[in-house]
Design a binder for this molecule. Sequence first.
Ligand code: KIV
Length: 261
Amino acid sequence: MIKTITSIKNAKNSEKLVMITAYDALFAHLFDEKVDMILVGDSLNNSFNGQKDTLSADLEAMIYHTKAVLRGAKNTFVVTDMPFASYIDEKTALKNASKIYQRTDVHALKIEGGKERAHIVKALSDNSIAVMGHIGLMPQFARSDGGFKVKGKDEASTQKLIDDAKAIEDAGAFCIVIEGVKEEAGRAITEAVKIPTIGIGAGRYTDGQVLVWSDMLGFFEEFKPKFVKRYLYGADLVKKAVEQYANDVKNGRFPDNEFIY
Ligand code: KIV
């Protein structure tokens, strides 16, 4: 059964939550009902669009891909990333979040940021927009942070993450993604809040896990972060199949009797 905000919150301490990204109808359809949540992540800017980071993903792109994912996954809770600079203040955030909500049937939106963006989470939640938080390593802010850095390596950094998580929980978030933190920090944050945490490179003790589909199915070859488990070697399979097709055509083996009218 399709998850709701209430059932996602209730999953804490009772079942692990599973989330995967999707960017189009084809793959969303394959993932539909196999996972609890599908994230239309702005990682689509790297994985789908070939850009070097997520920063140039814009609202129109997120709306376009969200509509496609929703057409493919009719029975799964779908969350969309608010893109970089679309929530710089409460007014801008409300305007842009409302645009996504009005133009798609997405169930919730995700924004990156802790204590410093709790007022944005509150502005959206107070206006009936469901917000998933995202703390720890935040790809939208990696450039200003000097790169993709693992967080929670010491007590002070872990305490900051806990404060961030509590602030966005208090502001009304229903769930929090924790990215790129030491396992003990992932555990401490998860224990400190009542809403579920979804980890990506955050160890074993979060309330759920999320992976980028093209990483976990082995289609994205440029690099593989340590936390990614490959469940398929998609790129190898596709390349071999296309090579075979090309050979068959060149050598007159395709089409044969089976494939002609
Ligand atoms: O954009 C994305 O895919 C994400 C995940 C890494 C959580 O935010």
